[in-house]
Design a protein around this ligand. Structure first.
Ligand SMILES: *Cc1c(COP(=O)(O)O)cnc(C)c1O
Length: 383
């Protein structure tokens, strides 16, 4: 072994995590047992083996909603929600200018047009105070996501939506089990969305779900899925591996929350890197699919691209965030009530840390801080 010279890997030093980021998914005993049981009872090979029905019931009970429809992906669940709410050509849907690109594309997929609004300065999630200016005669719905550990004040969002008589789709793909102002994330809007994609907190490789209390909306969604057979369903085996994860979600969310706070403390002295800060919302608990950071290259002393590459080389699973939705897109494809300065900042400055390390030991968590500090110390040589 060579002595650690304290240099970043890309300057010839040793990696903080030579083994790379922790693996995901976590294949624990309960997953194996679920797969064995799906094997033994034959549900693995059936159209209807009871697992999907059980999962839908569990999700409904957990969220206290009447209707849950599982489907092939969170992305498809958003399209399904738009269709179930009868959003179509000529309609406008308000969303944050910084969000999952699939949400923007889904609005176009149903023939509607996105109205992009600016985001909160501190957590780069949708800011309710920017909604009022966005409503127009064609506005029919609002699509809102909780992103990168951020929470959107849904009480304020719902009050405005009700005032204007428009529907709300709450995308909780990144925050299953989170609490927002006294309610489970995904249960504030007319429709809520979950994802079971391969990197998500509840994971089955693929999959999604639509949640709603409204029987009519659920019926329209079901009708849309019926094409002789079901369009784009979740499989029995996917449902089987999701069920045991529901039992562990609250405990894992609590561990991730604690870790996010520890890391925030450990990194708060680093200039130019600030984790997303939520407003003080009563009875709320964020969830962390990604831990979001607001990054300023000038203060940190290094370009975002270089920092991300240097951290990845250290074995830390970070990435640049989403692209802002208005950047590089024809203004014919969206409108906005005004300039989008915070979305521009988010476009250039979001860095996200992937969640698996938040379930690691504290010393593993501190490796993230060590890697950041090391790169900051050598920023001048990395430029
Ligand atoms: C992942 C994600 C989705 C889509 O989920 P998939 O199941 O991957 O299609 C939707 N919205 C947000 C905010 C997401 O992070």
């Amino acid at each position: 072994m060579t002595a650690d010279n304290g240099l970043p890997v890309i300057l010839g030093g040793e990696a903080v995590r030579p083994q790379g980021p922790p693996a995901w998914p976590i294949a624990d005993e309960s997953i194996l047992a679920a797969m064995q049981s799906a094997y033994s009872d034959g549900s693995w090979g059936r159209y209807h083996g009871g697992q999907v029905a059980r999962l839908e019931q569990r999700l409904a009970a957990m969220h206290q909603v009447e209707h849950v429809l599982t489907c092939g992906s969170g992305t498809f669940a958003v399209e399904l929600a738009l269709r179930a709410l009868k959003i179509g050509p000529g309609d406008e849907v308000i969303m944050a200018a910084y969000d999952y690109e699939g949400n923007f594309l889904n609005i176009h997929a149903v023939g509607a047009r996105p109205v992009l609004i600016d985001i909160d300065a501190d957590n780069w999630n949708l800011a309710p105070e920017n909604l009022a200016a966005a409503f127009g005669p064609a506005t029919r719905a609002l699509l809102v996501s909780h992103l990168h550990g951020g929470l959107v004040p849904m009480r304020e969002v719902m009050a405005l939506a009700e005032q204007h008589g428009i529907a709300v789709i709450e995308d909780a793909a990144q925050v299953p089990g989170a609490r927002v102002q006294g309610r489970m994330a995904g249960t504030w809007g007319d429709v809520g969305i979950l994802s079971f994609g391969g990197s998500k907190l509840l994971t089955a490789g693929r999959g999604g779900a639509l949640l709603t209390r409204q029987t009519e909306v659920a019926q329209r969604a079901r009708l849309w899925l019926r094409r002789g057979n079901l369009l784009c369903p979740l499989s029995e085996l996917q449902a089987a591996v999701l069920l045991p994860q529901l039992d562990r979600l609250a405990e894992r969310n609590a561990r991730r929350l604690r870790a996010a706070r520890l890391l925030d403390e450990a990194l708060c002295h680093v200039p130019g890197l600030q984790s997303f800060r939520n407003r003080a919302l009563e009875d709320s608990l964020p969830a962390y699919y990604k831990l979001g950071f607001q990054f300023e290259a000038a203060s940190f002393g290094l370009e975002r691209k270089r920092l991300v590459a240097a951290l990845q080389a250290e074995g830390i699973a970070v990435d640049e965030g989403f692209r802002a939705l208005h950047v590089g897109r024809s203004p014919r494809r969206w409108r906005s009530p005004g300039p989008l300065p915070q979305a521009e900042r988010a476009h250039a400055g979001t860095i996200v840390l992937h969640h698996p390390i938040l379930l690691g030991r504290d010393d593993e968590l501190m490796q993230v801080a060590r890697a950041v500090e090391k790169i900051h110390r050598h920023a001048a040589q990395l430029r």
